[in-house]
Write a protein that binds this ligand. Structure first.
Ligand code: AMP
Length: 456
């Protein structure tokens, strides 16, 4: 499933999603939304960061708006229970964002604050209520909320609810729901107590399991070309001529280098534009817009100018100049591999940049795969002296890596060893084609998450 349109979402929702900059449904969205729109129950194993909120919010918005009816005071048509104030607030925000072109009212209620403003909102009549179990239970007891109109019910982060001791409140709340309803049950883990609770809630559910995301950096195929400064333009041109590079950001350290590179690329027939601090806001917006629309395939940017750029589907990040702060490397390459997709990051390293490369490899705790293009490879750059030699990184996965050659520079070596020619040497096996792709998966068994509590 490659587009939101294929998920049969209505136009006002598609418009809002598009405005958020989402181009492709995440795996949990693609696997759940079609079933949810048909009224099926859901048993979803997924954690924050997978796009799970939109996976349940979009179908709720769509169904309530299609079956529009007048809401009674304090009687929501959809109820979403979440364990924390932060999570309820985030879900409430998502409802407002995705539902901005629909005429549906929503409210968020949680404990620890005065209940009066919440009660006031409930009196106005709301379609969707997002609540923590404790406060909802209080307001139910006081008669400010009735659950007899609930058509759709979501229990989000169920495992966390159980950890937090909400089981009794949840059970009492469930007892007040109409038996005819659609139920969605989401949890980061599915251990026996979670499954036992799910059984009381969902009927013949669709099962969707999303494996936890690998850290972004691990999903990116990273490599380095050792190249002399004077050859960088030609190497970049060669790389960008590969049709596999569908949308690339080329990073430079300096503004004037960004300009020069963009001019050089255009001269070589590759449409590119540069963004950096010396360009007016208007010129930057125009360049970004052209890039976003695919009118130019390559954007050349400095680190600062690239900050805050939110563009999906960037196939390649190319570090024409390595950053002098290793953290910038992680920020740069994180431009690719958004929303679960994989990406390619290629770095150029000349002899004067060896220290930067070393700092990066220490930070990410892995060695970048070296690609030796016969026309461009520089032993001088690779064997640069001083602190820039390549000792194995500390910790992490040591010298073992996955990765396949990202770009056809030269012939593949069946296994390669790389030595700086000094007392330490470092070798590893190339493991061609072992690149892992997406975080999705369905139908696999229970899983125990480790980074729960992370908020996307
Ligand atoms: P969640 O797992 O619901 O907390 O969502 C994690 C983040 O992913 C949120 O910041 C969403 O705005 C974002 N997101 C959700 N769906 C998509 C999508 N289809 N494409 C890109 N980003 C998304």
């Amino acid at each position: 499933m490659s587009t939101f349109t294929e998920l049969q979402l209505i136009e006002p929702i598609l418009r809002a999603v598009k405005e958020e900059g989402y181009t492709t449904p995440t795996p949990i969205q693609a696997q759940s939304i079609p079933h949810l729109l048909k009224g099926r129950d859901l048993l979803g194993c997924a954690q924050t960061g997978t796009g799970k909120t939109a996976a349940f919010v979009l179908p709720i918005l769509q169904q309530l708006s299609i079956r529009k009816k007048v809401t009674a005071r304090g009687a929501p048509r959809a109820l979403i229970l979440a364990p924390t104030r932060e999570l309820t607030a985030q879900i409430g925000q998502s409802i407002r964002t995705y539902g901005k072109y629909l005429r549906l009212n929503s409210a968020v209620i949680f404990g620890g604050v005065s209940q009066f403003p919440q009660v006031k909102t409930l009196r106005q009549g709301i379609d969707i209520l997002v609540a923590t179990p404790g406060r909802l239970f209080d307001l139910l007891n006081q008669g400010h909320v009735r659950l007899n109109e609930v058509e759709m019910f979501v229990l989000d982060e169920a495992d966390r609810m159980l950890d937090m001791g909400f089981i009794h409140d949840i059970k009492r709340i469930i007892a007040k729901l109409p038996t005819k309803r659609q139920s969605l049950f989401l949890s980061a883990t599915l251990d026996s107590r979670v499954v036992a609770l799910a059984r009381t809630l969902v009927h013949d559910p669709v099962h969707v399991t999303i494996e936890p995301e690998k850290p972004t950096v691990d999903r990116i195929q990273q490599s380095v070309f050792f190249v002399d400064k004077g050859n960088k333009d030609a190497l970049l041109t060669k790389i960008l001529r590969n049709p596999a590079v569908t949308r690339a950001i080329v990073f430079t350290l300096m503004k004037h280098v960004a300009n020069n590179v963009a001019v050089m690329l255009n001269h070589n027939g590759i449409r590119a534009d540069a963004i950096h601090g010396n360009k007016s806001q208007g010129a930057r917006s125009a360049a970004l817009d052209a890039f976003r629309r695919g009118k130019i395939r390559v954007l050349v940017a400095t680190d600062i100018a690239a900050r805050g750029i939110d563009i999906d589907d960037i196939s390649h990040v190319i570090n024409y100049e390595l950053p002098n702060e290793p953290e910038s490397y992680v920020h740069r390459i994180g431009r690719t591999a958004r929303a679960g997709s994989s990406g390619v990051a290629i770095s150029f390293c000349s002899s004067s940049e060896r220290d930067y490369l070393q700092a990066i490899e220490r930070l990410i705790r892995k060695r970048l795969e070296v690609v030796r293009d016969p026309n461009f490879h520089s032993d001088t750059a690779m064997n640069a002296t001083g602190a820039a030699a390549r000792p194995p990184p500390r910790g992490g996965r040591g010298g073992r890596r996955n990765g396949s050659q990202s770009f056809g520079g030269g012939p593949r070596r069946p296994g390669f060893s790389e030595s700086s020619g000094r007392s330490h040497s470092f070798s590893h096996q190339r493991r061609s084609g072992s690149r892992s792709s997406s975080s999705s998966g369905s139908g696999s068994g229970p899983r125990h998450g480790s980074n729960r509590g992370r908020r996307g």
